[in-house]
Write a protein that binds this ligand. Structure first.
Ligand code: ACO
Length: 433
């Protein structure tokens, strides 16, 4: 980030404050307000951080108007086409694409860590079988800090590295275990001879009593879903991870916080909510009714899988996802899938509707991912855990970046207080209502 020659002047209450500006390598300039309170005794007000950069970062860039998403400068479309998930993990973590030798070494480091501590198997038994796998994931990932004491010291670069690799390696194992537990089947141990996505499919769908062959096409489609979800700059869950980490909390606790945030339907939970919405719509003739509800100010209903804080043109991930949906359904021999038909028609109608055009609402990554995951055999409750295991590398990369940032401070937003001012305590006998 370069200091800009520009500056901004804020005028209020008859005084003027000059604020320095900074220029990013891409995206709009920022006004540096760090000294504003000290100089002007005022705060800024920005609920939802719509106009506030809380950090600098060199990992991911989104141009919402162009519909562009870059990981370390590489367009997501190129990565989705030519790369694979573990290579993307390396890129996000270390900043460059690996050489062939570096890739082999990284893969070996990740696969060495795929098993979880055997004692963790018993930990799962404390959950009800009908727990949502996201509930289990939050608990078990948080509990990793009780199992891996040798990677908790955040001031030790090596321990940070081990914690990062452990989480990338173990999240699929934990998510698969959460699924197996919920359906009452035995846990399936990881198979290190399989690639990352195939191993996850195997752990989810294999059973000890028969052979399970992973379909390479399904594995490729899942790998692509993982790449598309790997990072997305300062979204709600990533900011949660950074905020939790800013206090010096251990990395497992920080990622558990990110998973908790991701679960919400306005964020990662939208993939489950979207498929449930498509099921509720049920038939093409009911689409206008749901479009009308989405536009009705008095109805809290929103079209799930539509809209994004940053993308104002299209979500490039949704485009790739739509192509994958067709491929996977073809492979599975699912023709004329009613949910896909409803999704395509809903998208068409919404994109022509003045309400959605004016508010720049487009399908986001979650609009088509649920259809693909369902065709692969995953229940809706597993959609958000798959998002979580894919995003883990993004969260960790951002957490690692934060820990080594010399400007890093504990995150502590200010507030615009609107409560009572100082008043005296009243004895209970004297209280009148
Ligand atoms: N359906 C109908 N109207 C919508 C939708 C929607 N999906 N999304 C936004 N709007 C409307 C809002 O009602 C609001 O209208 P108003 O200006 O008349 O009040 C306007 O568009 C702006 O919406 P905000 O909620 O202010 O936009 P924000 O940037 O805060 O929210 C969000 C973005 C949370 C993604 C929102 O679009 C949404 O709730 N979408 C549905 C859930 C979803 O798909 N989430 C996944 C996001 S992608 C991800 O996390 C991987």
């Amino acid at each position: 980030m370069a200091e800009s020659t520009k500056s901004a002047t804020l005028t209020f209450d008859g005084k003027s404050i000059d604020l320095p500006m900074m220029s990013p390598t891409a995206g709009p300039d920022v006004i540096d307000i760090r000294k504003l309170y000290a100089q002007g005794n005022v705060f800024t007000y920005d609920p939802g951080f719509t106009s506030t950069a809380a950090t600098d970062s060199a990992i991911t860039f989104i141009d919402g108007d162009k519909g562009e998403l870059l990981y370390r400068g590489y367009p997501i479309e190129q990565l989705a086409d030519k790369s694979h998930f573990l290579e993307v993990c390396y890129l996000l973590l270390y900043g460059e694409l690996p050489t062939a030798v570096e890739m082999v070494d990284f893969e070996a480091r990740v696969t060495k860590h795929t098993m979880v501590h055997e004692q963790m198997h018993y930990f799962f038994r404390g959950f009800r079988r009908d727990s949502h796998p996201m509930a289990t994931l939050v608990g078990v990932v948080g509990a990793m800090s009780a199992f891996y004491h040798d990677s908790l010291d955040i001031s030790d670069q090596w321990q940070r590295e081990v914690a990062a690799i452990r989480m990338i390696a173990k999240l699929p194992t934990i998510a698969a275990m959460a699924y197996k537990y919920s359906v009452g089947q035995p846990f399936v141990y990881p198979r290190n001879g399989l690639d990352y996505a195939s191993n996850f499919l195997h752990m989810c769908f294999a059973v000890p009593c028969e052979d399970y062959q992973v379909s390479p096409t399904l594995a490729k489609a899942l790998d692509r879903i993982m790449m598309l979800h790997a990072d997305h700059e300062q979204n709600a869950s990533t900011s949660t991870v950074r905020l939790a980490g800013s206090s010096g909390a251990n990395p497992f606790a920080c990622i558990a916080a990110g998973i908790a945030c991701l679960w919400g339907p306005a964020h990662g939970g939208a993939n489950q909510a979207c498929l449930e919405m498509l099921r509720e719509i049920g038939s093409l003739d009911r689409i206008p009714e749901f479009i009308a509800r989405a536009k009705d100010k008095n109805d809290p209903f929103r079209l799930m899988g539509f809209g994004h804080r940053v993308y104002r043109n299209f979500d490039p991930r949704a485009k790739v996802m739509k192509e994958s949906a067709d491929e996977v359904l073809d492979l599975m021999g699912i023709h004329n899938n009613p949910l896909l038909q409803i999704a395509k028609e809903l998208e068409k109608i919404a994109l022509e509707d003045p309400y959605f055009i004016e508010k720049k609402l487009y399908p986001n990554v979650d609009f088509y991912s649920g259809i693909i995951l369902e065709a692969m055999g995953f229940p809706t409750s597993m959609f958000t855990p798959i998002f979580a295991l894919s995003r883990t590398v993004g969260w960790i990369s951002q957490w690692k970046e934060m820990i080594t940032d010399p400007n890093q401070k504990i995150g502590r937003p200010r507030q615009l207080y609107i409560g009572k001012t100082t008043r005296n305590y009243v004895d209970v006998a004297d209280r009148v209502k």
